[in-house]
Design a protein around this ligand. Sequence first.
Ligand code: NDP
Ligand code: 8X3
Length: 229
Amino acid sequence: KIILITGATAGFGKAIARKFAENGHDLIITGRRKVLLDELTKELITTFNVEVLPLCFDVRNLKEVEVSIAGLPEKWKKIDVLVNNAGLAAGLSPIHEAVVDDWERMIDTNVKGLLYMTRLVAPLMVALKQGHIINIGSIAGKEVYPMGNVYCASKFAVDAITKSTRIDLVQHHIKVTQIAPGAANTEFSLVRFKGDKVRADNVYMGYKPLSANDVADAVFYVTTLPDHV
Ligand code: NDP
Ligand code: 8X3
């Protein structure tokens, strides 16, 4: 199979890429940090002997997404699984004190970026009458928490988009799944707190958070189920 994973330079996306490669699948991996993409590409090819196509673009930029997907070599256009994973939290502030630019980044990445990817990849799947779209939501898209306001809203949007995508695409024999993890120790909190490592590490104190591998296992599992499940 060909698996396209957004945000594969770190955290869940990287672990998901390794999991699928370990199981013999070819990968299109994306992210903005080219050096990390190239490193992972080398690692996956050397370790797992699969084919890997790295695509460096920002999911917030519709033009870049369009050019990247339209420019795929023909054989890479037969995407079996799209994992919409790229996303972030920026800041943790009460609604009246938040940084508006943080809101823009979260909505543009978590909501609009996921929509752009889906809009460009889903027609390829529809044409082939097969495919599986997996959106990485969050427990924060099921319930809100203090100062989570816009991050939670962006993940509630992922929840709604997933449900409506499923309704729209089931007739085309395309599966749509949401994985909604709880707190996991990745670069997530370091990004949210803009590099403040002490604050980031604090998030994971006093309990055992999920690991990126736990989430990758769940993502892989749902792709192994028969059609009727
Ligand atoms: P990380 O920060 O570790 O990884 C995020 C990935 O997303 C990176 O590869 C980053 O790549 C990519 N990314 C971010 N912004 C963009 C962009 N504009 N364009 C392209 N790629 C982008 O976080 P996680 O792995 O933890 O998060 C992955 C997803 O899981 C997110 O959607 C997050 O909301 C969700 N999630 C996280 C949880 C957690 O507790 N960690 C729990 C539940 C859900 P690069 O910087 O190279 O572009
Ligand atoms: C990330 C999980 O609960 O830290 O989506 O917001 S949480």
